[in-house]
Design a protein around this ligand. Structure first.
Ligand SMILES: *[C@@H]1O[C@H](CO)[C@@H](O)[C@H](O)[C@H]1NC(C)=O
Ligand SMILES: *[C@@H]1O[C@H](CO)[C@@H](O)[C@H](O)[C@H]1NC(C)=O
Ligand SMILES: *[C@@H]1O[C@H](CO)[C@@H](O)[C@H](O)[C@H]1NC(C)=O
Ligand SMILES: *[C@@H]1O[C@H](CO)[C@@H](O)[C@H](O)[C@H]1NC(C)=O
Ligand SMILES: *[C@@H]1O[C@H](CO)[C@@H](O)[C@H](O)[C@H]1NC(C)=O
Length: 282
């Protein structure tokens, strides 16, 4: 009974959110998709609603419900998890009270982009076990502001064992602690790693150089200390490196690669000794 109620509640939530902004465009809606989305408004053309994206066949492929004051209604059994064609789901800035991220996210086998930033009020473990196959196709995961409150071994292994296609991992302000597990290196597609505002409380691991596609690394305000591995500056793909607000982090700028990609280095409030190139030209 509770499950039915919650599913119904979720339908209402979606309907309320979407209907207010209904702009019917043209009818490409499929009956099964429609009944999953809102099972009691058969005449609405959901593909035209703001925040809903469909493919040409009328399957819902994108749902953007960020900042919609949703506080309940999505749990394990939510009809949301039957939208098997969903590729992009943005639920950021809501307030779900989950002890764990519902494992039903694993049923969304087409999902590539998931944003739950600032959407979860309780502690939530980042587990994405896919019931149907070993690895999930998710390429972008944003959980910023979600209290994961886990040591690096735990979150590192949870993510590296299930999300092997990940390109963007954003876990800023997640109450993470170190050490960072090197099993993350299994994720060789990782190109953006954001771990800002966590208490990692450790030296920056040198194994970041082993991510061969690394474009952006953000470790600002992470209580990183010790000597920053100079080799990281020489990762040929690296464009952005943010290290600010780690007052105990030491280092110096090395010779930069002639053909490197670095565009932006932020060292404010660190203990780097920065010697600018000699202006006499020698
Ligand atoms: C984060 O979760 C942990 C473990 O559940 C809890 O002890 C801590 O108080 C939480 N922190 C915040 C700011 O909610
Ligand atoms: C950060 O973590 C370290 C080690 O666990 C702890 O000693 C320190 O108090 C923490 N700092 C903050 C600001 O929570
Ligand atoms: C990173 O790569 C270097 C050189 O290729 C290798 O020696 C090292 O063991 C690697 N580190 C990890 C943690 O895999
Ligand atoms: C930069 O040049 C070095 C040798 O000069 C080469 O090995 C490396 O692949 C180049 N990197 C990029 C990103 O082009
Ligand atoms: C900054 O680095 C210098 C050495 O380069 C060291 O003497 C000093 O204690 C460091 N300061 C902090 C806050 O770690």
């Amino acid at each position: 009974m509770r499950i039915i109620f919650i599913t119904w509640l979720f339908s209402i939530a979606i309907l309320t959110i979407l209907c207010i902004r209904t702009i019917p465009v043209y009818s490409q809606c499929l009956e099964d998709q429609k009944s999953l989305l809102v099972n009691w408004t058969p005449s609405n053309d959901y593909c035209g609603w703001k925040g809903v994206t469909c493919d040409q066949a009328g399957h819902v492929t994108g749902l953007d419900l960020n900042s919609e004051f949703i506080s309940g209604g999505i749990d394990q059994s939510s009809s949301l998890f039957s939208l098997r064609f969903l590729e992009s789901l943005n639920l950021a800035d809501n307030s779900f009270n989950w002890k764990q991220i519902p494992s039903s996210f694993g049923y969304l086998t087409s999902l590539k982009y998931l944003n739950l930033a600032n959407a979860v009020t309780a502690t939530s473990e980042p587990k994405f076990n896919n019931p149907s196959s070993e690895s999930h196709g998710l390429t972008e995961l944003r959980l910023d502001g979600v209290n994961i409150s886990a040591p690096g071994m735990d979150w590192g292994q949870a993510i590296s064992s299930s999300l092997t296609n990940l390109r963007v991992l954003s876990l800023s302000n997640c109450y993470l602690s170190g050490p960072i597990d090197s099993s993350l290196l299994k994720l060789q597609s990782l190109s953006e790693i954001h771990l800002v505002s966590n208490n990692l409380s450790l030296p920056v691991p040198e194994f970041f150089v082993n991510f061969t596609n690394l474009i952006a690394l953000s470790l600002s305000d992470s209580n990183s200390y010790g000597r920053f591995p100079e080799k990281i500056f020489q990762v040929p793909t690296l464009q952005t490196l943010q290290l600010s607000n780690n007052i105990k982090l030491q280092g110096s700028l090395p010779e930069f690669l002639q053909n490197g990609s670095l565009q932006r280095i932020v060292l404010r409030s660190t203990n780097f000794s920065v010697r600018l190139p000699d202006s006499t030209g020698n």
